[in-house]
Design a protein around this ligand. Structure first.
Ligand code: FAD
Length: 486
C-alpha cells in the first residue's frame, strides 16, 4: 500500500472534506479496536462520508488503490468486526444518522445506518410504535451495525432478530455501485439480497439506508423476577417454561458471579446473598390473559425449585430490573480490568449440560467466569474476566472461549448467536462447516468483492485450517491445550 497511501488520503479529503478525515495516532486510537480489545490494528485514516454518494466514492477510491476499507457504526461489536487491519481505511457511518421517513400506516421507517438503535423507538413512540430488536447495547449501537451483525436482544425470543425486521436496504457495493433491495428497490423478486446483506458484517458492502418494520407497542407488559439457589434450577425452569403454552417475550438468566458484579454496578437491585441465579421473565401483548401467563410461568418455576418470585409492581420497578440486566456487561468492569464474552447458541435442552461444561473449562484454567444471557433462545454469553496487562491472558481467555464454543457445537449448537464471526470466530466455523461449505460461501463473497477490499479477513475462515480445528470441536480441551487459534 505504501506509495498509494498519500494520494489516497488526499483523494479521500477531496471527497468528504479534510475535516472528516482523521489521521495521526491520537485521533485514530478510538478506531483501532471495537469492544473486543483482544484485536487491534492501526488504520491509514478514518473517514466520515456525509452521503451514500460519498460512501460510494470513498469505496471506489480504496478499491482503485487496492486498500481495504472497514465500515464502522458505534464500535460496540464484540467479535472484532470493525477492527481495521494495519493500513486499512475506516469508514465511519456516524454522519449518516437521519430518520428519513416514517409511515404510520405502513408501520415502516427508513433510516440511515449511523442512527442509534433506541433513538428510532424514541422518535416513533408518540405514534404508539417501536422498533423491536433490542440488543443490550441499544443505547449506543447503530442500526447499520445491527444489520451487519444481524443482532439479537432480550425480546428477540418472541419477536425475532434484526433480519426479521429489515424490509429493504440501500447498499454501496465494493465496486462503488449503489443497489436498493426489498421495499427500497423497484420491485421484489429474484434472490433475497436483503437477507444476504443482513449479517454479512460489512464484507459485501456498506449499508447506507435501511427500511425497518415498526411494531405497535403491546397493550400490556408483565415482568417477573424469579430467584433460584442454583443455575441448574434456573436453567431447568427456562427449558420447562418455553415448552409450556405461552412463549415469553424475554427470558434472561444471570448466575451468581454476574449478580455479584451487577450489584456493584450502577443499577443494583438488592439481590439476597443466597441467590445462585436470577431469571427475568417478561410477557407482553393483549392485557387479557397476561397475568395468567405470568402465573403459569411462575408455577413452572415453583416446580423447578424457585425460592422467591415476584412480579414488578410498577413501571419503575420493571425499569430497575431491566437496567440492572442491561448493565451487566459494563458491570464486569467492577471485578476485572477487562472481560471477554463468548457467544454460543445451543438448544435449550442442553443449557444445564453446557453451562456446567463452561464452568469446568474455566475452572481448570483458573479463570473467573460469569454467565448473563438470553436464556430463552439458548444464546449463552459466558464472560471471562482477565487482565490485559498480564502477558498471555488475552490469548488464554480466547482459547477458553473457543473451548466453550466447541462444547456448544458438541451439544448441537453454533458458534455465534448474535455477536457475529468477525476476526474472533473465523476458524471456529470449521467446527461444523467443511471446506466445501466454506467454498460455497466464499464464491458468494467473491462474486460481490473479487478484489477483497470490503472488510478483508473477517467472517470467513482462513483456508487450510479445517482438519485441525474440527478435531478440537470433538475434544473441547484440545482447543485450550493445543492452540486451536494462531
Ligand atoms: C455491553 C454490550 C452489550 C451487547 N449486547 C448485545 C446484544 O444483546 N445483542 C447483540 O446482538 N449484540 C450485542 N452487543 C454487540 C454489539 O453491540 C452489536 O453487534 C451491534 O450490532 C454492533 O453495532 P455497532 O454500531 O456498534 O457496530 P460496529 O461494532 O461498529 O460494527 C459491527 C460490524 O458491522 C459492520 N458495519 C457497521 N456498520 C455497517 C454498515 N453501515 N454497513 C455495513 N457494515 C457495517 C462493521 O464493519 C462490523 O463488521 C453488545 C455489545 C456490548 C458492548
Amino acid at each position: 500500500m505504501g506509495d498509494a497511501s498519500g494520494p489516497l488520503v488526499q483523494q479521500l479529503c477531496a471527497i468528504v472534506g479534510p475535516a472528516h478525515v482523521l489521521q495521526g495516532h491520537a485521533e485514530l486510537l478510538p478506531y483501532m479496536t471495537d469492544a473486543n480489545r483482544a484485536f487491534r490494528g492501526t488504520p491509514l485514516c478514518a473517514v466520515a462520508p456525509g452521503s451514500a454518494a460519498e460512501v460510494a466514492a470513498v469505496v471506489s477510491a480504496c478499491r482503485a488503490a487496492g486498500v481495504g476499507f472497514v465500515p464502522r457504526g458505534a464500535g460496540t461489536g464484540l467479535s472484532g468486526g470493525a477492527t481495521p487491519g494495519d493500513g486499512e481505511v475506516v469508514i465511519s457511518l456516524a454522519r449518516l444518522r437521519r430518520i428519513v421517513s416514517v409511515s404510520e400506516r405502513s408501520r415502516m421507517a427508513v433510516v440511515e445506518p449511523g442512527g442509534i438503535n433506541t433513538h428510532l423507538s424514541r422518535f416513533v413512540a408518540p405514534l404508539g410504535l417501536y422498533y423491536a430488536p433490542d440488543p443490550s447495547s441499544q443505547s449506543a449501537c447503530t442500526i447499520g451495525g445491527n444489520v451487519a451483525e444481524n443482532s439479537g436482544g432480550a425480546h428477540c425470543l418472541k419477536y425475532g432478530v434484526t433480519t426479521n425486521h429489515v424490509l429493504g436496504l440501500e447498499v454501496v457495493l465494493p465496486d462503488g455501485a449503489i443497489v436498493r433491495t426489498g421495499v427500497l428497490g423497484p420491485r421484489c423478486g429474484g434472490y433475497d439480497l436483503t437477507g444476504l446483506f443482513c449479517g454479512s458484517e460489512g464484507t459485501l458492502g456498506i449499508v447506507t439506508q435501511i427500511a425497518v418494520r415498526l411494531l405497535r407497542r403491546p397493550e400490556a407488559v408483565r415482568t417477573a423476577l424469579a430467584l433460584f439457589r442454583s443455575v441448574e434450577d434456573a436453567a431447568r425452569a427456562v427449558e420447562e417454561v418455553t415448552t409450556s403454552a405461552a412463549v415469553p417475550a424475554a427470558m434472561e438468566l444471570m448466575d451468581a458471579h454476574a449478580i455479584s458484579a451487577v450489584e456493584k454496578g450502577t443499577y443494583p437491585v438488592g439481590f439476597p446473598d443466597w441467590v445462585g441465579a436470577s431469571l427475568l421473565i417478561e410477557f407482553d401483548g393483549l392485557a387479557v390473559g397476561l397475568d395468567d401467563h405470568v402465573q403459569a410461568a411462575l408455577d413452572v418455576c415453583q416446580r423447578c425449585g424457585v425460592v422467591e418470585a415476584r412480579s414488578a409492581q410498577t413501571p419503575e420497578e420493571r425499569g430497575r430490573w431491566w437496567n440492572n440486566r442491561k448493565a451487566a456487561f459494563a458491570a464486569m468492569g467492577r471485578v476485572a480490568p477487562a472481560y471477554y464474552v463468548a457467544d454460543g447458541v445451543i438448544p435449550r435442552t442442553a443449557l444445564r449440560q453446557v453451562l456446567d461444561q463452561a464452568r469446568r473449562i474455566a475452572d481448570q484454567e483458573g479463570l473467573w467466569l460469569a454467565n448473563v444471557f438470553h436464556a430463552g433462545d439458548g444464546n449463552l454469553h459466558p464472560l471471562l474476566a482477565y487482565d490485559p496487562a498480564q502477558s498471555g491472558q488475552a490469548e488464554a481467555v480466547m482459547e477458553v472461549g473457543s473451548a466453550i464454543l466447541a462444547a456448544c457445537v458438541y451439544a448441537g449448537g453454533a458458534v455465534s448467536g448474535e455477536h457475529g464471526i468477525g476476526l474472533e470466530k473465523r476458524d471456529e466455523l470449521y467446527y461444523y462447516f467443511d471446506e466445501e461449505d466454506i467454498a460455497a460461501q466464499r464464491r458468494v463473497h467473491d462474486a460481490l468483492d473479487p478484489a477483497d477490499t470490503a472488510n478483508p479477513h473477517k467472517l470467513l475462515p482462513r483456508p487450510g485450517r479445517c482438519v485441525e480445528v474440527r478435531r478440537a470441536a470433538w475434544d473441547p480441551r484440545a482447543t485450550v491445550a493445543g492452540g486451536g487459534r494462531s
